[in-house]
Write a protein that binds this ligand. Structure first.
Ligand SMILES: [Zn+2]
Length: 174
């Protein structure tokens, strides 16, 4: 079947075949309401409804960005959720230690206060660093006005999608 993704008539009754494709090693889908498989993009296990939302950016046309939502299996989902939460938890712990140091300043044990304050600052610094280094789950190969190309998708996930024989005729990149 030849699919013309630019044909607006096909948007109304879009099925998985009409909004999601594989393009070589890449996952291509319509930015608006793509019907992505309920499977993990990292290992192709059933996602059981679990999704993760993330921002992606075109590596060249950096003004082109999109928010996309993809399936993750419970295992990868909890790993990702933990990775996203970790900097916040460290930051909160750091603030807690600084508050404790302030409280200890009345304790008459200056050494304890210094150590606690130092640990608090260390945790805050680590939280900031982690937030910056946080690995990107999704990497876009290309982002256009209507379509997104994602890389690092599990081959079995891609294998179940229709091949994008013809690249969609999207707007040329700025
Ligand atoms: Zn997985």
């Amino acid at each position: 079947m030849v699919i013309d993704p630019t044909n607006p008539d096909e948007t109304d009754n879009a099925t998985q075949e009409e909004s999601v494709w594989r393009d070589g090693a890449y996952l291509v889908f319509r930015r608006r309401e793509p019907d992505l498989p309920d499977q993990c993009i990292l290992c192709n296990a059933p996602a059981e409804g679990k999704r993760v939302t993330s921002g992606v950016r075109d590596p060249v046309a950096i003004l082109e960005h999109a928010r996309v939502e993809v399936g993750l299996c419970p295992d990868h989902w909890s790993k990702e959720a933990w990775a996203q939460r970790r900097p916040w938890m460290l930051g909160l712990l750091g603030i807690g230690l600084l508050a404790l140091a302030d409280f200890l300043s009345d304790s008459g044990i200056p050494f304890l206060e210094t150590v606690t304050a130092f640990l608090g600052i260390l945790l805050l610094a680590a939280a900031g660093l982690l937030a910056k280094l946080k690995g990107k789950l999704l990497k876009a190969k290309r982002v256009e006005r209507q379509f997104v190309w994602l890389e690092d998708i599990h081959p079995n996930y891609l294998a179940e999608l229709p091949d994008l024989a013809e690249e969609p005729e999207t707007e040329t990149q700025a």
